[in-house]
Design a protein around this ligand. Sequence first.
Ligand code: DUC
Ligand code: ZN
Ligand code: ZN
Length: 466
Amino acid sequence: MHDLVIKGGLVASAFGAVRCDVGIRQGRIATLGEALDGAEVLDAQGLLVLPGGVDSHCHIEEPRPGGGTTEETFASASAAAFAGGTTTTVSFIPQWRGHDVWERYVDYRARAATGMLDHAFHQIISDPTDQVLEEEVPKLVAEGVRSLKVFLTYDNVHVDDRGFIRVLETARKLGCLVTVHCENYEAIRWRTERLLAAGLTAPHYHAWSRPTVVEREATHRAIALAELVDQPIQVFHVSCGEAAEEIARAQARGLKVWGETCPQYLTITARHMEGPDGAMFMCSPAPRDEAEHANIWEAIRRGTLDVVSSDHAASSRAAKQGADFSVIPNGLPGLAARLPVLFSEGVSQGRISLEHFTRLVATNPAKLMGLYPKKGVIAPGSDADVILWDPKREVTITNALMHHAVDNTPFEGKRVTGWPVATLRRGEVVMREGEITGRPGGGQYQPRGAYEMATPRGITPQGFGA
Ligand code: DUC
Ligand code: ZN
Ligand code: ZN
């Protein structure tokens, strides 16, 4: 007898897509089989039964040095995530220059506990001091924070090569993954100064300030330094073929280098930034063009890019105003739209299989973040994080359907085929037909232990290793 049985759907399980019932007991998948009994039954005839989405890159309620936080709170992000079929997030604990990180971790844990999502954290390192790397990061690792994030660009957070190498070295020692925003800081700074001096200030010059070459260079450098130290890395939000080629070359050499992309790099172009709402499409790396969308699809198909996350970074229309492109906050809200947009563009349009979709949005991010097989798969023993998905439903995306805190979505008006009709987190129905039914505070922290994907290869150039 189960607490709940999902009956009659096509289940994307660890064994591929099979038609069976899913029996849930005490928040976990207990049985995959036929004619299962349950105290409650959910009818999934005609629906797909998918593992809950794992969004391994989203910015939620990130405290700012001057006070306040980013606009999306854990409460609103939970609603957005459930509406779009995501049940687990990995978001960012900030580090402000000149500050330590432990206090930020304690504060961020408390914030995340107010939401409904199961959650884990990356620790941003923007000031890699001895105190932070040698005393505080080990304490965070003991708490289950197993990924460090570095920015190779942005004024207040970028690290130079020496700082980056020290973060890689620390991660190697402690068994963490390093995730990297790859764009060249000085190159963007120089381009931005020249553009502004020439009076080219409108939002679409954001793309001119950071062409693909700055992403390719930083991706190459990040990989080379990771190879030097023998440290696994994930390159975040790959937007162009040149950067994907760097990753493919590294993978062909056997390096532990993974690549992520986001729905915006498959659907939005730099031309979107030319309209009156241009700022609403500003993110970094910048949106490119249709040829680059095709390159990113190809990199997905080949497996070079194996995770699609949202890089959810939501700002309201009012916050996205600014005197010139360099002061407008970067980032797009995408927590809710991630699965529907990728399913529609990918599975409905025949570019990828259902199984590949499931790997990109749930299984692979869970594996790379050390959350698998608790998360990211429908298999006995795993958490019962499940989406009931209607592959035929046609929906026009509106901001109201996104449930996030802000008044804009870059996917406004986009017609998609395929939509989540219910989301279960650990066996509890937390969204049904767009209505959020989860309880505030119901999300659980997911501490991460040592895992294979974050383990160094044990091969360093010339054999001299840390
Ligand atoms: N790019 C980032 O690197 N972070 C948040 C938003 C964005 O566009
Ligand atoms: Zn980034
Ligand atoms: Zn980001």
